[in-house]
Design a protein around this ligand. Structure first.
Ligand SMILES: Cc1cc2nc3c(=O)[nH]c(=O)nc-3n(C[C@H](O)[C@H](O)[C@H](O)COP(=O)(O)O)c2cc1C
Length: 197
């Protein structure tokens, strides 16, 4: 394991009624310790009203590289069960995808492969918000499209998605998304997600 485990629980940003508070699981689909996608996922989770958000760090879920033979021989790693159980306990899931060679990061793909082998729907049955960012003009749109195609195809909800280009210029740790047009697009996607919780 390369990173320091960094899962955290965000303070609810507005508490009206504890019984109606929604449980959100959010993470950057990256194993980078300074992941900009983890920052964007955390920001998005903090914008969900009446929610208790848990931010996962994929470094906490590093497992052997998936193979059918390994699964047949050894079964599922405990971490795959743990990750699946967290997803199953959530009312909604937020993922921000890092783009590596036009695709998922290896850290995310390995988790995806393991948990896709469980019976049932996993994240195909929950409201989801899919995000992506990088430091360039395309905003990691290639991986976002790939993820959206894969997840929205099986998920009964209308899965909103948003890509933030040029992260170092368009995002501030304290202020969030700086560009008003991009912030408006983000809020539209967020509103669809919140409406489905
Ligand atoms: C192995 C590797 C491959 C990458 N490939 C791409 C790519 O295909 N497209 C892209 O936009 N950025 C690519 N990048 C740059 C990442 O988008 C950038 O590192 C971004 O910060 C990753 O998000 P993260 O900070 O959340 O890990 C790549 C980075 C690495 C380390």
């Amino acid at each position: 394991m390369l990173g320091t485990p960094q899962s955290e629980v965000l303070k609810p940003n507005r508490i009206c009624n504890l019984q109606t508070m929604k449980k959100i699981i959010a993470f950057g689909a990256s194993s980078s310790i300074h992941s900009i996608n983890k920052k964007l996922a955390t920001y998005a989770a903090s914008c969900v009203p009446n929610a208790q958000a848990t931010i996962l760090d994929l470094n906490d879920y590093e497992m052997p590289i998936f193979s059918v033979d390994r699964q047949n021989k050894d079964g599922f790693p405990q971490l795959a069960h743990d990750f699946k159980d967290l997803l199953m306990s959530a009312d909604g899931i937020i993922i921000s995808f890092a783009e590596h060679n036009s695709s998922y990061s290896a850290a995310f793909k390995n988790i995806f492969d393991w948990i896709s082998r469980f019976q049932g729907n996993l994240w195909y049955s929950k409201p989801m918000l899919l995000l992506a960012t990088n430091d360039g003009d395309r905003g990691a749109k290639t991986v976002l499209e790939q993820a959206h195609n894969r997840i929205a195809r099986k998920n009964p909800y209308d899965i909103p998605h948003f890509s933030l280009p040029n992260f170092p210029k368009t995002f501030d740790d304290n202020k969030g998304i700086l560009d008003s047009k991009l912030e408006s697009q983000f809020q539209n996607a967020l509103a669809v997600f919140v409406g489905q919780l």
